[in-house]
Design a binder for this molecule. Sequence first.
Ligand code: HXC
Length: 259
Amino acid sequence: MPDNIVVERDGAIAVIIVNRPKEMNALNLATMLELDRIIRSLEDDQSVGALIITGSGEKAFVAGADISEMADMGAMQAKEWARLGQQVFSRIENFPRPVIAAVNGYALGGGCELAMACDIRLASEKAKFGQPEVNLGIIPGFGGTQRLTRLVGKGQAKLLIFSGDIIDAQEALRIGLVDRVVSADELMVAAKALANKMIAKAPLAVSQAKLAINKGVEMDSESGYMFESEIFGMCFTTADQKEGMRAFLEKRKPVFSGQ
Ligand code: HXC
């Protein structure tokens, strides 16, 4: 059976590669289930400090959900498909360590939604983004109406979703859909450098900061501040807080244990 998803390890980084290059890495059911299984197993693997998600080949990150599989779906099946994808992408969003999307080419429909489920989007200058679902008589269904709106605001989200326009990496950077653009050659090097930078920090602090941002943004501000202060206090129960502050005062580099 072909591997629709390939996982490569580079030190503490796990690189997840969507591997259907002939189909522009389109997500079919088998691929989505494989992705789900892999994310679950990496969650429990404490040797993994960060994930990078990318697409196989030169042209595509992920060109969306697999249209040939969706064409004859009924309403119930389509809804279940959307729910499955939403759940897998939420699992990625809530992965306890940083997740970087290294967007190497087309990130369309479900592919753009996958990138948006990651913490940070690094794009090659060749990357292209869009939610072209309206061309197919459907709407985004893996969380795009929600995540895109939160990322770029209602106006830009509606502009992309109503028009089906495909935008380049620079425009995606301008509207806040991507966080950094690099040359195609540099993409994986830059993604790994960023991942390693984060891995070198106090791991619990990074994962708790992720929690504070992800959960806090869903709350009203006052609840968000309360949640932040709870987590801030909890940091002071960790060995890494003692080590980080002691190292600063002793003018040396901290050695974090992740405890
Ligand atoms: C199935 C796909 C596909 C997709 C590409 N392919 N995208 N198959 N699902 N999403 C297949 C093509 O059919 C083709 O197969 C092969 O990949 C190469 O694609 P080409 O179109 O020949 O390449 P090119 O001309 O370079 O165009 C690339 C492209 C275009 C711009 C990415 O393929 C495209 O527009 N794809 C569809 C993008 C899209 O609409 N995505 C949103 C899907 S809906 P053959 O066999 O001919 O070689 C969605 C909903 C998510 O994502 C929510 C669900 C709940």
